[in-house]
Design a protein around this ligand. Structure first.
Ligand code: ADP
Ligand code: PAZ
Ligand code: K
Length: 255
């Protein structure tokens, strides 16, 4: 078995693979102050509840966009799983041709998303990951990673209204019935959800023009993808496990 770990700014997602098959996946909060032993307890409990033996884990791969947590999770793997994990970063074979000005700058989650999408779909394509931030990753017809766009995530945007405007409450990220809200909560939900869908549409439209690829496929992933995908025609498919799949592929390429 192989353990794939994606450390995002909000959630740490873990996947347990047996060859190409995802047997289990788990989602933890990204707690920057948690210790090696605290993460060890979580992993121990999750494995125990799922009847996974640590002894069966032959290797671990990690992608992280939260530098302060990397050493903690690496140390946890060594101490509680007995494996030195592979880190997605410089020196690792991804098979991806990165056209970023500085390839080291690209988030590891964006890299593994792109690797998985190229394997699973026909290029050209765009991956939209609705996480803490929403990222757009553009892949051309020859499977080159071109770059993309980064926008504030749905959660961050919603939180900003609450934090910066005294009379705006904290709201649930839920789709309202109408775009014309007749109370504060509905008005905020309308603005956030429908505004976000419009933003995604606008960016995808510009990407298609800039890449001269009107037929390009748009794949959505990340915790909040289903909320927005229903509100726009521009998303072709939701693939919630794209990041884990990318980690599995990169792991195979470095065995
Ligand atoms: N299965 C899910 N259903 C609903 N919301 C989710 C789910 N998974 C994650 N979320 C929410 O989506 C947001 C982004 O999560 P995620 O995609 O894991 O972000 P990141 O990769 O930045 O950690 C968070 O607010 C999280 O609570
Ligand atoms: C853009 C991101 C913050 C998205 O992270 P996430 O929302 O998945 O937590 C992350 O991919 C990142 O820190 N990237 C580095 C900058 C870049 O990709 O150019
Ligand atoms: K992510």
């Amino acid at each position: 078995m192989m353990l794939a770990v994606d450390i995002g700014n909000t959630n740490i997602v873990l996947g347990v693979y047996k060859k190409r098959e995802l047997l289990h996946h788990f989602r933890l909060s990204t707690a920057r102050q948690s210790t090696v032993d605290e993460y060890g307890v979580l992993i121990h409990n999750l494995f125990h509840m799922s009847d996974i033996s640590v002894k069966d884990v032959e290797g671990v791969i990690i992608s992280s966009v939260v530098p302060p947590l990397v050493q903690t999770i690496v140390d946890m793997c060594v101490k509680y799983i007995g494996k030195d994990p592979l880190l997605v970063g410089p020196g690792i074979k991804t098979g991806l041709n990165l056209r970023y000005e500085n390839p080291r700058e690209v988030g590891a989650d964006r890299i593994v998303n792109a690797v998985a999408a190229i394997e699973q779909y026909k290029c050209p394509l765009v991956v939209v990951d609705f996480g803490t931030a929403t990222t757009f990753d553009c892949i051309d017809g020859d499977a080159n990673y071109l770059g993309g766009a980064i926008v504030p995530g749905l959660g961050i945007s919603t939180e900003a209204l609450y934090q910066r405007a005294s009379k705006l409450p904290r709201i649930e990220l839920e789709k309202p019935k109408k775009v014309i809200g007749r109370n504060t909560v509905h008005a905020m939900q309308a603005g956030i959800i429908f505004g976000y869908a419009g933003q995604v549409e606008g960016i995808v439209k510009r990407i298609k023009i800039e890449m001269n690829a009107p037929e390009l496929k748009v794949i959505a992933t990340g915790g909040l993808a289903p909320l927005i995908a229903g509100e726009t025609e521009c998303i072709d498919e939701i693939n919630p496990l794209l990041t884990l799949e990318g980690l599995r592929i990169v792991y195979e390429r470095n065995k």
